[in-house]
Design a protein around this ligand. Structure first.
Ligand code: ZN
Length: 286
């Protein structure tokens, strides 16, 4: 799933490619992908693209005051084309869910692989009409996102820091991959309770959050949409690297599995050398 750095790179990419252009048409190949009905997609036709921005992991195209907002979710992606095929996309024939045609013949498809459909698009007059956008916590890359702000947010939370970092209502833009990376940089256990972190631990977490994300934004920026997924994977230290060597200490990267996801961490760097209980493994060993 694209997270803040990849979404930011997609925003920059789209802003550059759509600058000075207008929307020719928005075509729906999957009716379930569009979560709103008013304004209709036809309302966007002919409108100039006034800007592209990001709210957490949501992309927002401002088309003459109407917003096309979309969230790529787990298996969604944006496929850019300098010259889109002329034929109208047909439902059920391809992974294409929504096609945006621009006035110069270029444009992009929102695609979704697999059967679990969670790609979502909205056409609204105000991005805050999108429930997921309205609920978003602060953006960790915002200029005013200070250590004091972050420290205050963590203080009252009796939940595990891993879950909290990827909770979009708490903090906008971080998902499963970057939360693993940030916790590894901060040398904190994913299961540490947020409200119980000491001052120095909170400082480490804040620094790791800002440094890791800004580094990833820098690495992703300027890359074309099709290269972003590989670039993200290559930049990871522990996420998705179970069984490989921790680049910091040489220990083996470990994993904890859940029903629909898994986390990776280094025991030496993050949990004082003690492996975390993996509920799936404990069940097998009973
Ligand atoms: Zn390590």
């Amino acid at each position: 799933m694209p997270e803040l750095p990849e979404v930011q790179a997609l925003v920059d990419f789209l802003a550059e490619r759509t600058s000075g252009l207008a929307i020719a048409a928005v075509e729906l190949a999957s009716f379930s992908v569009l979560k709103t009905f008013d304004p209709p997609p036809s309302a966007l036709a002919g409108g100039p693209v006034d800007g592209v921005s990001r709210h957490g992991k949501f992309l927002d195209m401002d088309i003459d005051g109407i917003h096309l907002v979309f969230h790529l979710a787990r298996a969604g992606w944006l496929r850019w084309s300098d010259e889109l095929p002329k034929n109208v996309v047909r439902p059920g024939k391809s992974p294409v869910a929504l096609r945006v045609r621009l006035s110069d013949g270029s444009g992009f498809d929102l695609t979704e692989a697999g059967t679990k459909k969670s790609l979502a698009a909205y056409i609204v007059r105000d991005p805050r009409e999108v429930p997921g956008v309205a609920r978003l916590g602060p953006d960790p890359m915002a200029v005013d996102f200070s250590l004091e702000t972050f420290s205050g947010m963590l203080a009252s939370r009796r939940t595990q820091v891993k879950g909290l970092l990827r909770d979009q209502d708490f903090l906008a833009g971080v998902g499963n991959a970057y939360s693993d990376e940030i916790l590894h940089v901060a040398r904190l256990s994913p299961f540490a309770i947020a409200g119980s972190l000491g001052t120095e631990e909170v400082e480490r977490l804040y620094a790791a959050l800002r440094e890791n994300l800004s580094g990833a934004v820098l690495a992703a920026s300027g890359k074309p949409a099709k290269e972003l997924k590989d670039a993200k994977r290559e930049g990871m230290r522990v996420h998705g690297r179970t069984g490989q060597v921790c680049p910091v200490c040489g220990d083996t990267v470990r994993e904890v599995s859940f029903a629909d996801s898994s986390l990776q961490y280094c025991a030496t760097c993050q949990t004082g050398g003690r492996p975390l209980a993996d509920r799936r493994m404990s069940r097998l060993l009973k």
